[in-house]
Structure formats: C-alpha cells, structure tokens
Design a protein around this ligand. Structure first.
Ligand code: HEC
Ligand code: HEC
Length: 367
C-alpha cells in the first residue's frame, strides 16, 4: 500500500511514525530530484526521472526499482570485490567522467590482461534500450547482461558461488540485500541491483535538451542550429529521435567482409539472429556525449569525430547489407558534407554533452 496521500492524518493510527517518515522523506527528497514513494516495507519506490523531451520508457522486467536497490547497485558497480582477483570493478571499464565508457579502443583491463574484441560502450539511457544490449544485441536485458562481464575470464573472472560467499562475509551487504530483496545474497540479485543502478543512468540535460525544452533561456547559435538540422537530415535515419538512436542494427559501411572468427564476433547481429540480412549490423550508438567518448565504433577504430565524418563522407564500404540510407551521394555511397557543414555538425555534436550527468555525485563513487 502506498502512503503518499492526503488522507486524514489525525484519524491515522500510525500518525507519529508516518509523520516522522514523511519528514525523513522530505529531507531525503531535497537532494534527490526524483519522485519516490515510501512503502510499508521501508523501501522507497522510485520512478525514473524521464526528461520531458524523451519517449516513454520501455516496460520494466520483474525488478522493482527502489532507492535502496539503486544505492546497493551503485555500491556494487564500484566495488572491485566483485571480481575474481578483487581488483576490477565495473567502473574499471565504465568511467563516469567518460559517460561510462573507458577511452580505450579495446580494453585490456580485465583479469586475463587479454585485449577484448569490442570497445566498451557508454552506459546511459539504458531504460530505453528495447532491442537488447551489447553492440550486437547479444544480451537480452540488464537483468541478465552483467553475468557476462562478471564471469568472463577477460573481464572480471568471478565464480558466482565464490561471489556470493565473499559478499556474505560483508555485514553491510548482508543487511542491504536483506532489505532490498528480503533474502540472503544471491548472484541473480547482485545483477538485479546493478541493473537498477544502471537504469537510473539517464543523460538528458545537455544544452541541446535545455534548448528543446526551452529552459534557462538556452539558445543555440546559427552554426549549432545548422548542425542540428544537418544531423537530423543526414544521420537521423539511424541516430534518430530524442535518444539519437533508433536502437536497431545497421551496417554503416565500416567493413565489407565479415569473417567468421571466435563466436562470430565480427558478424554483428547475425551472431544473434542467424539471419543473413543481419550480417555486419551493429546497434546504433547514441550521439549523446559523443564528444567525451572517443575512440569510436564497436572496435574503437576511429580516434576522432573528424575521422568518423571522413568515414561517412568518403569511405563507406559496400556489401550486401550496407544500409541504403548511406547512399546520399546521388545514389552513390557516402554522405556529402561541405567544410561548413562538417564544422556545423561537429559544433552540434559538442552541445550533446551532458555535464550534469558526468558530474552527478549521487551516481559516482563515494564509498
Ligand atoms: C574489462 C572491461 C569491462 C568490465 C570490467 C565491464 N565491462 Fe561492461 N562492457 C565492456 C565491453 C567491451 C562491452 C561491449 C561488449 C560487446 O558489445 O560485445 C561492455 C558492455 C556493457 C553493457 C552493454 C551496454 C549497451 O548499450 O549495450 C553493459 C550494460 C555493461 N557493459 C555493464 C557492465 C557492468 C554492470 C559491469 C560490472 C559487472 C561491467 N560492464 C564490467 C567492458 C567491460
Ligand atoms: C545507416 C545508419 C546510420 C547513419 C545514416 C549514420 N550512422 Fe552513425 N552509426 C551507425 C551505426 C550502426 C554505428 C555503430 C557501427 C559500429 O560500431 O559497427 C554508428 C556509429 C557512429 C558513431 C560512433 C559512436 C560511438 O559511440 O562509437 C558516430 C560518432 C556516428 N555514428 C555519427 C554519425 C553521423 C554524424 C552521421 C551523419 C553524418 C551518422 N552517424 C550516420 C549508424 C548510422
């Protein structure tokens, strides 16, 4: 039952307890600008703070979002004790200051020291990721995804039974898991708590957003406005809508040969769907915060945004699945851009940086 209402306070038997919890709630609400509701089990239900210009969030899986669950997830995210050698945390490869990417083309920060096959993506607006996670859609949702890095020898190399045993030896975790999941520590709940935290990583307060929402009298200059229209026109087929991604899989012409290596890692969404139409298709990444998240693409092959534009302008490779929307040059491959247009596009991409997001202490490492 929810207690947040205006029913007759004086008739209410638990008035005193209610009064004090309401005060507590007010105090805690002051910092958290998120709507929350205190429940009888002591957990605060949390609603995702959806920016007004964003679409509705996808239906959530069976993982009740609470303030306490998110806080537990935050602690786990930054805790190296989750890894086999107690040295690697999720944040080792997902840094808040880089919109939770890592600045490396391919990381070798995992326990084995072996170079990974894919570039570490940003982590934000995952509550809208309705077509699966990973560059090729190989993970269904956040409630299953984290088993990947936790157990992979080239990432955190943790045995899940050992993980449970280790966390059970930490009294603070024992009581937090008890409170959030009303049970002893289970690895599935570790992943659920991580999912809750990651779902609250919402980036929607760039200067562009403030302009769109007409807040703080934010204005864009002529070059930024030109860039905005060009991105919509030339890139918006895939980097679409308020999220700057359609969430689906495209072949954006990086390669024309998708050879079969270990687990089909270069074959894109084909690895997941086995549909030849999906050969070489990868998930459209958002353009939000892209000024912070070099290098680019699923293998981090481009060091700068200029290189990215060079690619779209004149280096599209053709294969059976190359996306038709890349043929913008009178039916020939490539996206024509004049020098002025390139400069405007770069100016626009720069105002998609959300400084509040990367500096939000409540989502950073504090413990
Ligand atoms: C050693 C580096 C490394 C560590 C440690 C790591 N990750 Fe990642 N993460 C990656 C890479 C690389 C990918 C991309 C993999 C792919 O797409 O095939 C990724 C992808 C993801 C994605 C998918 C995002 C999307 O938009 O599709 C999520 C979510 C994620 N990681 C969360 C986590 C969590 C939670 C942890 C800790 C339990 C973690 N990662 C630990 C490197 C790492
Ligand atoms: C056909 C769909 C499509 C179009 C059109 C398109 N992109 Fe992309 N873009 C993608 C896909 C898919 C990826 C990821 C490809 C990969 O890594 O294999 C991507 C990656 C990127 C990245 C790298 C982001 C990161 O986090 O690594 C940038 C930057 C980018 N595109 C900018 C643009 C710009 C600017 C335009 C317009 C000039 C554009 N894109 C047009 C589909 C598209």
């Amino acid at each position: 039952m929810r207690r947040h209402s205006t029913f007759l306070l004086f008739d209410f038997p638990g008035f005193k307890a209610f009064f004090f919890s309401a005060i507590l709630l007010l105090v805690s609400c002051k910092k958290e600008v998120v709507p929350e509701v205190l429940n009888e089990d002591g957990l605060h239900d949390l609603e995702l703070a959806r920016p007004a210009n964003f679409p509705a969030v996808m239906k959530q899986p069976d993982n009740r979002l609470t303030v306490q669950g998110v806080e537990l997830g935050r602690r786990l995210f930054y805790d190296a004790r989750l890894s086999g050698n107690n040295r690697i945390s999720c944040a080792s490869c997902h840094h808040q200051g880089l919109a939770f990417s890592d600045g490396l083309a391919l990381s070798n920060q995992g326990i084995s020291g072996k170079t990974l096959d894919r570039h570490a993506p940003v982590l934000f607006n995952l509550a809208w990721a309705n077509q699966g996670l990973f560059w090729d859609g190989g993970a269904k949702n956040l409630e299953s995804q984290a088993f990947g890095p936790l157990t992979s020898a080239d990432e955190m190399h943790q045995d899940l039974y050992e993980l449970e045993a280790e966390l059970k030896a930490i009294p603070d975790y024992v009581s937090r898991f008890k409170q959030v999941f009303n049970s002893e520590i289970k690895s599935a709940d570790v992943v659920k708590a991580l999912a809750q935290f990651q779902r609250t990583l919402i980036s929607g307060n760039s200067r562009y957003d403030q302009y769109i929402r007409q807040e703080k009298s934010a204005l864009l200059d002529a070059e930024e406005l030109l860039g905005m229209n060009l991105v919509k026109e030339k890139c918006g087929n895939c980097h679409a809508g308020a999220l700057f991604t359609d969430q689906i899989f495209h072949n954006n012409g990086l390669d024309d040969h998708f050879f079969e290596a270990y687990e089909g890692i270069y074959q894109g969404h084909f690895r997941v769907s086995f549909d030849p139409e999906d050969m070489g298709k990868f998930k459209t990444p958002s353009l939000r915060n892209v000024a912070l998240t070099a290098p680019y693409m699923h293998d981090g092959r481009f060091k700068t945004l200029e290189e990215v534009l060079d690619h779209y302008q004149s280096a599209i490779k053709i294969s059976l699945t190359t996306d038709v929307s890349l043929f913008q040059n009178q039916g020939k491959p490539g996206i024509p851009m004049s020098a002025i247009e390139r400069k405007a596009i770069l100016a626009f991409l720069n105002i998609l940086t959300d400084h509040d997001f990367i500096n939000n202490k409540a989502q950073g490492q504090t413990n």
